[in-house]
Design a protein. Structure first.
Length: 294
């Protein structure tokens, strides 16, 4: 017969007390009235230290993944997490202090960072070229940015962001490719909406200029067939808020608005579309600051 140790009995007592105090009083609402269980789960994570255990486990997995990479790829390895140590700027690298203009993608990344977004779970395409270029430049200049985790499918990306939100209470960003990525995300967004989990789905849009009128103009056949009417309608039933970014001048304000919607009760997904020309737009710093202050 198994004999419980004092440590085991103490753990059993704490679990029983948690069930009696936090779960039993709300059992009818949970089983019959559609009460979401996630506030209780988050409290359970805090009480039993599961949140910290999950963070440590995730960090260890990432360290193993990083340490197993080829040394020749070291210089090209992306940042995987918030607060990473910034490497010193390379010799001759341009400094933000001496630049009066930045791309909209630059301010978009700044906006995500300022909101405390830890991770971008992504499945990338040609519409994200400006964001990819900015991530590379930020790495070269030693600027910390949200960690980028590439996902093989949008359903994986959205559910990973949902799992992070469940564990921490903080919504993360998911970056997908035009209408195809939006469609692949839709079922996962339905799950997150029903479970009231915040996530910010960011979808690139096919270019709208056709002859090089603007940076980021159409340059491939696929840009003509991935521009459907009303792309947001694919996920509209599953989001609290939707928006198409008209200019990088308002990138930070739009992100802040979307973030407020997804984190406010009841929490849930939000959706923003990012035209390729908009992300490639070059903007003066003062214009962005005026838009934030307005």
């Amino acid at each position: 017969m198994y004999e419980w140790t004092e440590e085991h009995e103490a753990i059993i007592a704490v679990v029983r007390r948690f069930v009696d105090e936090e779960i039993r009083p709300q059992l009818d609402d949970l089983e019959h009235n559609g009460m979401p269980p996630y506030a209780i789960l988050r409290k359970m994570y805090d009480v039993f230290g599961l949140k910290e255990m999950a963070k440590e486990s995730f960090a260890r997995q990432l360290e193993r993944k990083i340490s197993g990479e080829e040394p020749s790829r070291e210089s090209r390895r992306p940042s995987f997490g918030p607060g990473r140590e910034a490497s010193p700027p390379r010799a001759g690298a341009s400094s933000e202090a001496f630049m009066s203009k930045q791309s909209a993608a630059h301010y978009f990344l700044e906006g995500l960072r300022d909101l405390g977004i830890d991770y971008i779970f992504g499945n990338l395409g040609t519409d994200h070229v400006s964001i990819i270029e900015e991530l590379a430049r930020w790495d070269q200049e030693g600027r910390p940015h949200p960690g980028v985790i590439l996902c093989p499918h949008e359903t994986v990306a959205v559910h990973m962001a949902g799992g992070y939100a469940l564990a921490t209470g903080r919504g993360q960003a998911v970056l997908v490719h035009v209408d195809a990525g939006t469609a692949n995300s839709s079922m996962a967004l339905g799950n997150l909406l029903r479970y009231r989990l915040p996530v910010m789905l960011l979808a690139g849009r096919a270019p709208y200029t056709m002859r090089g009128e603007l940076p980021g103009s159409r340059d491939a056949y696929v840009h003509f067939v991935q521009d459907p009417f009303d792309m947001a309608s694919i996920v509209r039933p599953f989001v609290k808020w939707e928006y198409s970014l008209p200019s990088g001048v308002v990138a930070k304000e739009a992100l802040r608005r979307g973030h407020s919607f997804m984190q406010s009760d009841p929490q849930g997904p939000v959706y923003m579309m990012l035209p390729r020309e908009t992300l490639a737009e070059m903007i003066d710093d003062p214009k962005v600051e005026r838009a934030i202050a307005a």
